[in-house]
Design a protein around this ligand. Structure first.
Ligand SMILES: Cc1cc2nc3c(=O)[nH]c(=O)nc-3n(C[C@H](O)[C@H](O)[C@H](O)COP(=O)(O)OP(=O)(O)OC[C@H]3O[C@@H](n4cnc5c(N)ncnc54)[C@H](O)[C@@H]3O)c2cc1C
Length: 473
């Protein structure tokens, strides 16, 4: 493994290598940061943070998001598009167009990136400023390198589904900005060394845990809160909801007694669903919480919600610990099955998104499909966006195969619903995710992505085998 301490060092390392895999915090859930004989180049030493204005900050690719938030907080600022795992690096989140709970209000990483410094496969350094280079009407980019060379890049023509977040290969849109081709390209087109990000004044937030009697009630509450939030953003109403997270009772069962006690709730019994709602408030939260109470009553919620006030950061963190405990507990369960039952057992998980109107139908689809395959499973995700992570809990090696078949079946239905099977985690080197990418855009779409890759990286040097297989020698 090599570590680049500057953009010039990164350029030299890339220029001299045969195969390169740039990495951030290696929190990829798709094998994107898992080496396969490449020279692994860590970005962890690219840690400069420079405040450019009250709205922009220049950040090295190796800065963990938690570190960026700490630095911004001292100036009362905040970077909104954070994934659940805030140890991820800025470069990694740009490479995967990461999203998170608050995508509902703030969108995914793409919306917050104003400029990028990148190293191309030949080692040349390029600065890309949003708004400077857009695709020509006949579908080409002209990219000028530091040495003055012009590279012509074809703009892919496939239609991207209209969903709140997408991490499914190269961005494609008529007249698109060049910067958007690099955001979400998972290290296959260039190595990001630094970025200019937009930031906002740090919001004051309450967190509320709502216990619902059923999936249907959870959808009704989410739908009502989404309407309230959208009215608020239009200047009407007092409930500024930025995120709603969903966990089913099977998922919440993975939270330890200690985490449950710290959150101040009793371990729930019976089949229920939980919503963790984040509400932004200006000075006082009373009006917002009173309106929330009305909405919950109207939706027939009978259990008192667990509320933390905007001044109680610790209380909110404890509620969010519940949410974070779910993937951690499920991963531990899968690791346990791997060591106890069969060493080839692995995580089998979906990252599906549907237009919100299809959310109820999609939850039923996930449940019915897993049940038909005889699988144990847990459901959780970013419900305000229609983005769910159905996870199989494999009890045998056969469950892994059946789980993959179930996910593929679900993916096809999700695409028919106008959704996508690759919402935020990307594609990486995971064979199933690569198959899902092909399901989404077809062979022609993959060929168009390969054409972009060939134009920028003809020797297939960068992150080879990520997104789609390498060409045969
Ligand atoms: C518990 C947990 C929760 C998660 N929750 C979310 C979530 O809510 N939303 C979400 O979107 N993701 C989530 N993820 C997935 C992961 O955190 C994101 O994909 C994240 O953006 C990866 O960042 P990283 O720094 O770890 O990148 P890595 O895992 O190191 O790399 C990911 C990919 O990006 C490429 N890459 C990394 N750095 C660069 C660079 N500087 N230039 C070019 N290419 C680069 C790599 O080659 C690789 O293909 C979660 C992961 C975990 C473990």
């Amino acid at each position: 493994m090599a570590t680049a301490h500057s953009a010039d060092e990164m350029a030299a390392l890339v220029r001299d290598a045969r195969r390169v895999l740039p990495i951030g915090a290696q929190s990829s859930l798709t094998g994107g940061a898992t080496p396969r004989g490449d020279l692994v180049i860590s970005t962890r030493a690219l840690t400069d943070i420079t405040r450019l204005s009250s709205q922009t900050v220049r950040v090295g690719a190796g800065v963990p998001l938690a570190e960026l938030q700490r630095a911004l907080a001292s100036d009362g600022l905040y970077y909104p598009p954070v994934p659940t795992y805030d140890g991820a690096f800025v470069g990694g989140t740009i490479a995967t167009n990461a999203a998170g709970a608050a995508t509902f209000k703030y969108g995914s990483t793409r919306r917050w990136v104003d400029a990028l410094s990148v190293v191309l496969a030949d080692g040349s350094l390029v600065e890309i400023q949003r708004g400077e280079v857009t695709a020509s009407p006949d579908g080409w980019f002209e990219l000028k390198t530091a040495s003055g060379e012009i590279i012509r890049l074809p703009v892919p023509t496939y239609a991207m589904p209209s969903v709140a977040k997408l991490s499914a290969g190269y961005f494609a849109h008529a007249g698109m900005d060049l910067i958007d081709l690099f955001i979400g390209s998972e290290g296959t087109l260039a190595v990001v060394t630094a970025a200019t990000l937009r930031v906002i004044p740090r919001p004051r937030r309450c967190a509320v845990l709502v216990t619902c009697a059923s999936d249907r009630q959870a959808i009704t509450v989410t739908s009502a809160l989404r309407q309230e939030a959208m009215a608020n953003w239009r200047g009407d109403g007092m409930l500024d909801v930025s995120a709603i997270e969903y966990m089913d009772s099977r998922a919440l069962a993975f939270a330890t007694d200690e985490v449950i006690a710290r959150a101040g709730i009793d371990r729930p019994v019976g089949a229920t669903a939980f919503l963790l709602v984040q509400i932004e408030v200006a000075d006082r939260e009373d009006d917002a919480l009173s309106r929330l109470s009305d909405v919950l009553n109207d939706c027939g919620v009978t259990v008192d919600p667990q509320v933390t006030l905007a001044s109680d950061d610790r209380g909110a963190a404890r509620l969010f610990e519940l949410r974070e405990a779910v993937p951690a507990g499920v991963n531990a369960e899968v690791a346990g099955a791997k060591s106890r039952v069969h060493r080839d057992i692995e995580k089998v998980a979906g990252d599906f998104i549907v237009p919100f109107e299809r959310q109820e139908e999609s939850l039923a689809l996930y449940r019915q499909t897993f049940q038909r395959y005889g699988l144990d499973y847990a459901l959780w995700g970013h419900i305000s966006d229609g983005n769910m992570h159905p996870n199989v809990l494999p009890r045998s090696l056969a469950d892994v195969g059946n789980g993959k078949a179930a996910l593929l079946e679900i993916a096809r239905r999700v695409v028919e619903m106008g959704g996508a099977p690759l919402a935020e985690h990307g594609v990486g080197r995971n064979a199933l995710k690569q198959q899902l990418l092909r399901e989404l855009y077809g062979d022609q779409g993959i060929e168009e992505m390969r054409a972009v890759k060939r134009a920028l990286d003809p020797e297939w040097k960068l992150a080879a085998g990520v997104l789609f297989p390498e060409p045969e020698p």
